[in-house]
Design a protein around this ligand. Structure first.
Ligand code: DAH
Length: 339
């Protein structure tokens, strides 16, 4: 028995390994529950009584040596990466990929900057609104279809609490607390009870603009929008205003820009018309000024509102509005260099 112990001890002292996995194999072979050293403890029962003391001591010494040896081998591999020459510590670290700005944020910032150059400030209002700010203050008649359950998300059972369907609600809030001159834009998220498709979503973003002062005219509106369109889509851009209707403006118009893809010649993006509709606008209805506490005999103003998704889709040739909300990094990473 003592010979067997001595032999095992020599074997263990000579052990070497070339990697962590091999160390683990050795650990199992020698010191696990069924390992060779543990086996000796089992055999110990058969040792004659007079030898028990010596053999017992020898087995314990062997066990400790085996544990030390295995730990020593293990540590030699754990420390291998820490400056023993096998790792080049001067190598640059793994590059970490930075996030990218969302295309809607890129375009929103661009629009905000363009209007900032004209002296427009930025304001925000709540997404959960009341009927007055979204509809009544803006001259929507009580039976107007936009109030319909089809379009508007109401909160719980209270018809006075709803998700704003447009950022025009912020007009009312700003006019209530500020006297002219007011020159501001209001970017934000809006909600409509729409079936989701490639062209429509129940959540989207708008930017509303408002200018109220003495003697503000339709010519001011037109020139402001022309400047904006050329800054955003390029200096060759033309605009055209088509008569339209909104409850809160009179007269009202919809604005088209010449198609930036074909330069107005006609392509499948502009459906061969040469024009792309991008916003609604008009002179603020005197009823709206009065209901927000601004004297419509003294002041006039213009307002406009545009959808950020639509403009972003036109600018980047994005064909499906749902991409904006899916957070697919393959889509988002395409805008890495866009700001
Ligand atoms: N609020 C309108 C919409 O969501 C857009 C709009 C049209 C805003 C005309 C305006 C405006 O300020 O004057 O469709």
């Amino acid at each position: 028995m003592l010979d067997k112990i001595k032999q095992l001890q020599e074997e263990i002292e000579a052990l070497s390994a070339s990697g962590k996995d091999e160390v683990e194999e050795l650990r199992i072979k020698y010191i696990s529950k069924k390992g060779l050293v543990s086996q000796l403890f089992a055999d110990f029962k058969t040792v004659p009584a007079e030898q028990k003391k010596a053999v017992g001591q020898a087995i314990n010494v062997l066990k400790n040596k085996a544990l030390d040896k295995i730990n020593e081998l293990k540590e030699s591999f754990e420390n291998a990466d820490q400056g023993d020459g096998s790792t080049d510590l001067s190598r640059p670290g793994e590059p970490m990929r930075l996030g990218t700005r969302h295309p809607l944020a890129i375009v929103r910032n661009e629009i905000v900057e363009i209007f900032a150059r004209l002296g427009f400030t930025v304001a925000e209002g709540p997404e959960i609104e009341d009927d007055w700010h979204v509809f009544s203050a803006l001259n929507f008649p009580p039976e107007h279809p936009a109030r319909d359950m089809q379009d508007t998300f109401f909160i719980e059972k209270d018809p006075d609490v709803l998700l704003r369907t447009h950022t025009s609600s912020v007009q009312a809030r700003v006019m209530q607390k500020t006297q002219p001159p007011i020159r501001a834009i209001f970017p934000g998220r809006v909600f409509r009870n729409e079936a989701i498709s490639a062209r429509a979503h129940c959540i989207f973003h708008q930017i509303e603009g408002l200018y109220v002062d003495e003697n503000v005219s339709f010519a001011d509106l037109k020139q402001t929008l022309l400047y904006f369109s050329r800054e955003l889509f390029g200096e060759k851009t033309e605009i055209r205003l088509r008569p339209s209707y909104f409850p809160f403006t009179e007269p009202s118009a919809e604005m088209d820009v010449s198609c930036s893809i074909c330069g107005g010649k006609g392509c499948n993006v502009c459906k061969y018309t040469g024009w792309l509709e991008i916003l609604g606008c008009g002179m603020i209805d005197p009823n709206v000024l009065d209901s927000c506490g601004i004297d419509s005999k003294k002041y006039t103003g213009f307002a406009f509102g545009m959808g950020i998704e639509r403009i972003t889709m036109l600018k980047y040739g994005i064909k499906d509005i749902r991409h904006f909300f899916e957070n697919d990094v393959r889509f988002l990473r395409q805008f890495e260099s866009a700001y």
